[in-house]
Write a new protein. Structure first.
Length: 518
């Protein structure tokens, strides 16, 4: 099966059932199938199989059409994060070289700033108000025929192209084939608890440019309606659940904590909600206990995955959550057990398997592992060993097959469910004239899980205010990547080879020996 065939499968079983809803907009599975085919056929008039089609938009029904319609034409959907700066967007679009760019009207000004830097783009399609020099999405869709595009795509062909920041500071394009995406979907279907609700309805809260959007495909393959939020907000979350009798959703732990603290929650009927998944970072036990008290009818589950894996490969079930909470078991801090269609190892430096309790690097093998990094054979080669993908995460098993993520080999920071790679921020900091040395680390934060902290050593006779550093970063990278706090130090701690000891910096922040300034 190919990604573009999912709407047709769903429409076969439930043609008149709502497939996607956002506010007052809604389309059935039959309409989703036909519109995806229309999009695919229209794209074939302006581009060719193998081309990339980039999407820059907040959550919308058009995004759902692109999930399926672009791959149905034998092309790859290039996901763009609308929170990125023009400089970052120019790099990604320049690297992916899409021939078609689909842009929500409110972000057209970003593209206008970099138009001369993205010469590969020949066709621009507007979502919302039509912009000069563009075609409206509605008009473009009307050009296509509602029949299955006659493209002989293969399951190893590129379907989705998502960029993830690398330790070099430049984003890397994770290439996900049809096989990769479908394998992640099927892994979720056979591994996770199936809903027993008579009329299941799923609420998608994550931004659709994120790999978590594959949850829509999981639901659609079961002909389950998906309600999407344009952007997450607590009151919108509550009202959507009440209005559409949502039965299941997924959210980042920071989002769940925000919901539990919101004063409006008691004003809504959330009794239809019976299943909540969470991911992107660990959930504090105190938050889970509060959530179970507030929502006694809800079962909680969690998964662990990454962009390069097209979804999750580890999971902790609802039953395990309840047992761990009731008995105070440490498995609550784990990422659970290996999913049914995944193979996971913890590997020592010498390439042998680590014993339970021993730390090593997490390696993954399976059909959902990316086919490689876009136009980066060196990074691809470095990421694989004997067919196993090396995640860069330091982990350990226990005797019962539960996995703990101990540390991030690549020092990635997860703040509010978003991944921030320190090297990318550090490269910006090093361009500031007052900065001699810079190290970026994550520090615990009650709301965001982690916050980005810049630890700086300044040049002789130079002085800079923390607010200036934060503003400087905000101007050059996406706002969520900027430091939320700055600490100054005479010299960064290093080992004998000159490598900065970031764990020492994290310890100094935790014990208060480094003052955080904002």
């Amino acid at each position: 099966m190919l990604v573009g065939e999912i709407p047709a499968v769903a429409a076969h079983h439930a043609p008149d059932r709502i497939a996607v809803r956002l506010g007052k907009q809604a389309i059935s599975f039959a309409e989703l199938r036909d519109d995806c085919w229309r999009l695919g056929n229209a794209l074939l008039e302006v581009a060719k199989p193998g081309d990339r089609v980039a999407m820059l938009a907040e959550n919308c029904i058009e995004y759902a059409l692109c999930y399926y319609g672009v791959p149905s034409a034998g092309m790859a959907l290039n996901f763009l994060n609308y929170r990125l700066s023009p400089r970052e967007l120019a790099y990604i679009i320049g690297d992916a070289e899409p021939t078609v760019l689909i842009v929500e009207d409110k972000y057209f000004s970003l593209i206008d700033k970099i138009r001369e830097e993205i010469p590969s783009v020949k066709t621009i399609i507007s979502v919302g108000e039509t912009q000069p020099g563009t075609t409206s999405f509605v008009d473009f869709l009307s050009r296509g025929d509602a029949s299955e595009p006659g493209v002989e795509a293969k399951d190893d062909d590129l379907a989705w192209l998502l960029y993830t920041s690398g330790t070099t500071g430049l984003p890397k394009g994770a290439m996900l084939s049809h096989k990769n995406v479908l394998a992640a979907v099927l892994n979720a279907l056979v591994s996770w608890d199936r809903s027993t609700d008579d009329d299941p309805v799923y609420l998608l809260t994550f931004p659709m440019y994120h790999v978590a959007g594959y949850g829509m495909l999981v639901q659609h393959l079961r002909s389950v309606p998906v309600v999407i939020m344009q952007n997450f907000d607590p009151v919108g979350f509550f009202s959507t659940i009440e209005q559409y009798q949502v039965t299941a959703t997924a959210a980042a732990p920071t989002m769940i904590a925000m919901l539990l603290d919101h004063p409006e929650m008691e004003n809504f009927d959330l009794s239809s909600l019976t299943n909540v998944g969470y991911g992107a970072s660990a959930m504090p036990a105190a938050v889970l206990l509060r959530a179970r008290e507030k929502w006694p009818q809800v079962e909680f589950g969690t998964g662990f995955g990454m962009t390069e894996l097209a979804g999750n490969v580890m999971f902790l079930t609802a039953e395990e959550h309840d047992r761990a909470l009731d008995e105070g078991l440490p498995i609550l801090n784990s990422v659970g057990q290996q999913m049914a269609l995944s193979r996971v190892r913890v590997v020592r430096e010498d390439g042998t398997d680590a014993a339970p309790g021993e730390e090593g690097e997490m390696w993954v093998k399976g059909d959902q592992v990316l086919i490689g990094y876009w136009r980066d054979p060196e990074a691809t080669e470095k990421s694989f060993a004997d067919g196993w993908f090396q995640t860069g995460d330091v982990a350990r098993w226990n005797d019962e097959g539960y996995l703990w993520i101990v540390d991030r080999k690549k020092d990635m920071i997860v703040t509010g469910g978003e991944n921030v790679y320190p090297r990318e921020v550090e490269e910006v900091l090093y361009k500031h004239p007052a900065v001699l040395e810079a190290a970026v680390v994550g520090a615990e934060h009650d709301t965001w899980g982690e916050e980005v902290v810049a630890v700086l050593s300044c040049r002789a006779n130079e002085r800079v205010e923390p607010t200036e550093i934060i503003a400087y970063c905000r101007e050059n990278i996406a706002s969520y990547k900027k430091p939320r706090a700055v600490a100054f130090i005479q010299e960064l701690p290093k080992n004998a080879s000159g490598k900065v000891l970031k764990r020492e910096l994290r310890d100094m922040i935790a014990d208060g020996s480094l003052e955080l300034l904002r």
